[in-house]
Design a protein around this ligand. Structure first.
Ligand SMILES: NC(=O)c1ccc[n+]([C@@H]2O[C@H](COP(=O)([O-])OP(=O)(O)OC[C@H]3O[C@@H](n4cnc5c(N)ncnc54)[C@H](O)[C@@H]3O)[C@@H](O)[C@H]2O)c1
Length: 262
C-alpha cells in the first residue's frame, strides 16, 4: 500500500491478531511500528521479526504511566508519531450478570485506554503537522444479543468517543476513524472454534454473505488505508470490514415473497 512510507505508528495490542497484521503491513509499506502490548514475549518476537523498522514496548493501556512511557519510546526510537492504532482489547464478558469489576475492567481497557492513548499521542502528532488514529468497533455493537453485556457496550461507546475525538482534533489535522470487523480469524474466534478454520468458515457462512470469516490481514488492510495519506480527507467514519454481515437482515437476503411462494 502506498501513502505509508516513513510513517511511524504506535499499535496497541500489536503483538497478536489484527494489530500484528497491521504492524507487518505497515513495515512492508515502508513505515515503522511501535508494538505496544501486555504480551511481552509475543511483542518482542514480532519486533525481532520485523527488524529495525519495529520496536516493542510493554504497555498496558489501563496504566497512564505506561501510556506516557509508550509515547516517549515511540518518539525516542523513531523521531515522531504519525499514527495510532487502538487494538488492545478485553473480550471478557459475563453478560448482564457481569460484576461491577468486570464492567469497569472492560471499559477501562476498551474505552478509557483508547481515550487516554489519543490524548497522550496527540501532541507528538501535532508536531508532525497531523496524524491518523484508528480504533475498533465491532459487529457486536450493531445488534442485540443474548448473553453479552460488557464487550458490545464498549464497542458501541467507542463509536461516540471516536466522533468526539474526530471533531476535537480535526483543527490539528489529526483524523480519528473506526474499523468494524465481524468474525476475524484471531484469538477469540480461533479459541471458540478450537483452531478449526474450516468449522469457523462453515458457521460464519450463515452470517457473512461473503461466506467465511475474515483473515487478520484483510482487516489490517482497512486500518492501513485509514492510517495512510490516501485517507487524508476522511475522519469520524466507521468502516465495516465484515463480509456483508451488517447489510444482511433476518431474511439473510431472500425476499419474503420468494419464501412465501416456495
Ligand atoms: N477477532 C474478531 O472476530 C473481532 C471482531 C470484531 C472486532 N474486533 C476488534 O478488533 C480489535 C483487535 O482484536 P483482535 O481480534 O486482533 O484480538 P487479539 O486478542 O488477537 O489481540 C489483542 C491484543 O491486545 C493485547 N491486549 C489485551 N489487553 C491489553 C492491554 N490492557 N494493554 C495492551 N494490550 C492489551 C493482547 O495481549 C493481544 O495481543 C479489537 O478491538 C476487537 O474488539 C475483533
Amino acid at each position: 500500500m502506498d501513502g505509508l512510507t516513513g510513517k511511524v505508528a504506535i499499535i496497541t495490542g500489536g503483538a497478536k491478531g489484527i494489530g500484528a497484521a497491521t504492524a507487518r503491513g505497515l513495515v512492508a509499506a515502508g513505515g515503522r511500528a511501535l508494538i505496544a502490548d501486555i504480551d511481552v514475549e509475543a511483542g518482542a518476537a514480532l519486533a525481532a521479526e520485523l527488524g529495525d523498522a519495529a520496536a516493542s514496548e510493554t504497555t498496558d493501556v489501563t496504566d497512564d504511566a505506561a501510556i506516557a512511557a509508550c509515547v516517549g519510546r515511540a518518539e525516542a526510537a523513531f523521531g515522531g508519531i504519525d499514527g495510532l492504532v487502538n487494538g488492545a482489547v478485553l473480550f471478557k464478558d459475563d453478560g448482564l450478570d457481569s460484576s461491577r469489576e468486570r464492567w469497569l475492567a472492560g471499559f477501562d481497557c476498551n474505552i478509557v485506554g483508547p481515550a487516554h492513548m489519543v490524548e497522550a499521542a496527540a501532541p507528538a502528532m501535532r508536531r508532525r503537522g497531523g496524524g491518523s488514529v484508528v480504533s475498533f468497533s465491532s459487529i457486536a455493537a450493531k445488534f442485540g444479543q443474548r448473553g453479552r453485556g460488557v464487550y458490545p457496550a464498549t464497542k458501541a461507546a467507542i463509536r461516540q468517543l471516536t466522533r468526539n475525538q474526530a471533531m476535537h482534533h480535526a483543527a490539528d489535522r489529526i483524523r480519528v476513524n473506526l474499523v468494524s470487523p465481524a468474525w476475524t480469524w484471531t484469538t477469540p474466534i480461533i479459541d471458540a472454534a478450537g483452531g478449526d478454520r474450516a468449522k469457523a468458515d462453515r458457521v460464519a457462512a450463515d452470517y457473512h454473505p461473503l461466506g467465511r470469516v475474515a483473515d487478520a490481514e484483510e482487516v489490517a488492510a482497512a486500518v492501513l488505508f485509514l492510517l495512510s495519506d490516501n485517507a487524508r480527507f476522511i475522519t469520524g467514519i466507521d468502516l465495516p470490514v465484515d463480509g456483508g454481515y451488517a447489510i444482511s437482515g433476518p431474511d439473510q437476503g431472500t425476499p419474503t415473497q420468494y419464501r412465501l411462494s416456495e
